[in-house]
Design a protein around this ligand. Sequence first.
Ligand SMILES: Cc1ncc(COP(=O)(O)O)c(C=O)c1O
Length: 415
Amino acid sequence: MYIAGQEEIDALARVIRSGALFRYGIGRECETFEARYAKYLGVKHFALSASGSNALAAAMAAVGLGPGDEVLIPAHTYMATATSVLAVGAIPVIVDIDESITIDPKAVEAAIGPRTRGVVPVHMWGAACHMDRIMDIAKRRNLIVIEDACQGVGGAYHGRKFGSIGHIGAFSFNYYKNMTSGEGGGVAVNDDNLAKRARCAIDPCHFYWNGREDEKPFAGNGARASELMGAMLNVQLDRLDGMVAAMRAERQAILRGTASLSNLGLRPAPAHSPDDDCATQVMYTLPSAELAAGFVKVFPSVIAGKTGRHNYTEWDQILSGEGAAHTAMNPYTMPANAACRRSYSKDMCSASLEILNRTIMVATHPQHGDDQIQDMIHNIGVAARVALGGQPLDGMDLRKAQPVDKQKFDMKEDA
Ligand SMILES: Cc1ncc(COP(=O)(O)O)c(C=O)c1O
């Protein structure tokens, strides 16, 4: 959560006092948010759900993926990207990322096999995937693009909002996201039929609640959003652009203030849409994992390769082929998936691990003040001179720094 205050408290209190806690027939908050956010994204439909994981699974169901299909996903993403593919009976195939720490279009093209039907670009840590290249590959090779914009709320790729570029997009509004209602998510889509299917996956009784009994594509499972969620998101949406603008300004200031350190090896990570992405992190690509480890010892920051659940090596159930609660529903053992690539190993994307272990992330925040930003620039300079330039730490003036949120980044070990 970045910012939540009196406006959110007032909105939630209003809904509780009114007793209108259910979205259909009683409340208006979810419906209002869906219309506003669809307009914000520039898509025809937005359907709220209980979580980003539900939204991704609903998107997979909406586009008709299922047993017999492979879906390409990046080696660096939250595990829900993989589990949403399994949720519809399809098989996630893990492919490399590049130095942008998003899915590598070259790896996508190389990984396409006879069963591949979809690809999931994930705008990881708010950084843009190379959407032009992904969409070009998808068009040429007949793939469905399910855009995972769960970490990309408020960001865009060259003017087009994340989640609006692929055939369908999914968002998360959990506690850590740029806009939050504690938990929550939703599906963005232009196609009317896909929207209908996504809504059905989120709530199979949606059509009954709305009094239209003719529209029942299939029996989805429920993941309906509450009016409390809608109320909070309506307030959060008003804050979003200002927050993202502040984070972009902070990142620009930090990159400007640390530009001269590139001769020591502190290079900004390549970005596909630096003016439009979320700028929730300042990312640097260092020459080696050893230098990155030395850097974070001096300046508390995050090594992308040390963010636990965000790397495929930590997805235990996926790696061991435990794809469902019931054996008969396990996509890894379903006869329909016999021709899909179903085995993984911890070193299958070693090129990604090598990049991730030398990628440093410094978190921005919309409420960082100028002095704090100057202190960060100063400390990054100290860390670069010590860890990369070989200068002694003794006598260096390190300023007070914010601790890293270890739970957010799943840092189980000190890097
Ligand atoms: C890239 C990505 N995809 C999917 C999800 C799943 O969202 P949720 O936690 O709302 O289920 C997350 C959440 O952290 C995420 O970061």
